[in-house]
Design a protein around this ligand. Structure first.
Ligand SMILES: *[C@@H]1O[C@H](CO)[C@@H](O)[C@H](O)[C@H]1NC(C)=O
Ligand SMILES: *[C@@H]1O[C@H](CO)[C@@H](O)[C@H](O)[C@H]1NC(C)=O
Ligand SMILES: *[C@@H]1O[C@H](CO)[C@@H](O)[C@H](O)[C@H]1NC(C)=O
Length: 338
């Protein structure tokens, strides 16, 4: 049972409800999905919608809020990160707001995650850049990045610890259902949503890697055995992708040796996917029908076994061979740039 805190409306912001929300927030869409993986910062109720907005303004860490009207009050949910909201069920009584940069005297601004500088006019190139700038030290957060090879910023899940990691795919089989059985265009452009599960897209991954030949690819796997969760990370040196004309062929130099004994290696173990092009059901480079059989796109080997890893396949068939046992419930692939 969540203990809800009521907060009063105080007259520090001499604005009407719409004035306050229009000045400091941008209304964002609400997406219907089975879950929102973003960490909640705080939750409370107020008799006025204005109270929710004021509370979020007071909290530097509040970047986004979902306000739902109940019969006698407003229920406010505040988040550390993200743009739009995810809500399962009837969202007609709810509104989603993203906090814009809040400045005192036009400077000294609280910036949306990923932006920095006195007036939030600069943006990190990727999550390792954000780590070096001391951004949001704890956990996984949605942040805006703009690699120098991209024309526009986009949102991604950043891990701002341990050198910083940019998440290129995230998959969980217990919620946030997404169809991963997609065509070539979808795998090139990316799909899913950063609040739940997603594939960043081969084009964006290629652009990220272009400037960073020296990097670490990390594969995080989460297993559930008898309701106990265990997590493991396998590390690879220097991921590279071929360009579009080479069908985004995959390469890593090697597995970082200590990963293997603990977590396993499902990329280079036979059948290895090294130097294999990406395959989808409508762009298949295997002679074994791998994308159709496994129901997802991947750098499948031209082998009857396709790949030891099954990351983009059916929800109940996810696979990463490891010393840990149990059901594979969650997989994330992320990159650290050195
Ligand atoms: C910027 O804001 C912080 C927190 O509100 C405050 O402590 C600091 O003095 C301000 N700095 C300037 C230069 O206004
Ligand atoms: C790929 O799939 C998307 C829907 O996920 C569809 O809109 C698009 O037309 C498809 N493209 C091709 C080339 O089949
Ligand atoms: C898991 O639970 C099953 C039955 O509930 C039991 O037989 C098995 O020993 C348990 N495994 C571990 C590792 O605890």
């Amino acid at each position: 049972m969540i203990h809800l805190v009521y907060f009063a409306t105080v007259a520090v912001y001499p604005l009407s409800v719409s004035g306050l929300l229009d000045t400091w927030f941008l209304e964002e869409p609400i997406l219907s999905d089975t879950c929102d993986q973003r960490t909640e910062l705080y939750e409370g109720v107020s008799y006025w919608k204005l109270g929710c907005g004021q509370k979020c303004l007071e909290m530097t860490n509040c970047r986004r809020m979902l306000i739902c009207q109940e019969p006698n009050e407003y229920h406010c949910m505040f988040y550390y990160d993200g743009d739009y909201c995810v809500y399962e069920g009837d969202d007609t009584r709810c509104n989603c707001y993203r906090k814009l940069k809040a400045c005192t005297d036009g400077r000294n601004c609280t910036c949306p995650l990923g932006y920095y500088g006195d007036t939030c006019d600069q943006i990190i190139t990727e999550c390792s850049d954000g780590f070096l700038r001391g951004m949001a030290p704890h956990g996984y957060k949605v942040a805006s990045i703009k690699p120098t090879t991209e024309l526009a910023p986009y949102d991604v899940v950043c891990h701002f610890e341990y050198g910083g990691y940019t998440t290129i795919m995230s998959r969980e089989n217990t919620c946030c259902e997404q169809d991963f059985n997609r065509n070539w265009t979808d795998y090139v452009e990316g799909f899913g949503n950063v609040h739940g599960v997603y594939w960043l897209g081969l084009k964006k991954i290629y652009n990220l890697l272009m400037n960073h030949p020296v990097n670490i690819l990390k594969v995080d796997t989460y297993y559930n055995l008898n309701k106990t969760n265990q997590q493991c990370s396998s590390f690879y040196e220097n991921m590279a992708l071929g360009d579009a004309s080479a069908d985004y062929g995959f390469h890593v130099d090697k597995l970082v040796s200590w990963s293997k004994t603990v977590c396993g290696d499902s990329l280079l173990s036979a059948p290895s996917i090294n130097d294999r092009p990406f395959s989808t059901y409508d762009h298949d480079f295997t002679s074994h029908n791998c994308p159709v059989r496994l129901a997802g796109g991947w750098w499948y080997a031209d082998d009857p076994d396709c790949s030891e890893a099954n990351i983009n396949g059916r929800n109940n068939e996810l696979k990463w061979v490891s010393t840990l046992t149990g059901t594979l419930t969650k997989i994330q692939m992320s990159l650290q740039f050195l």
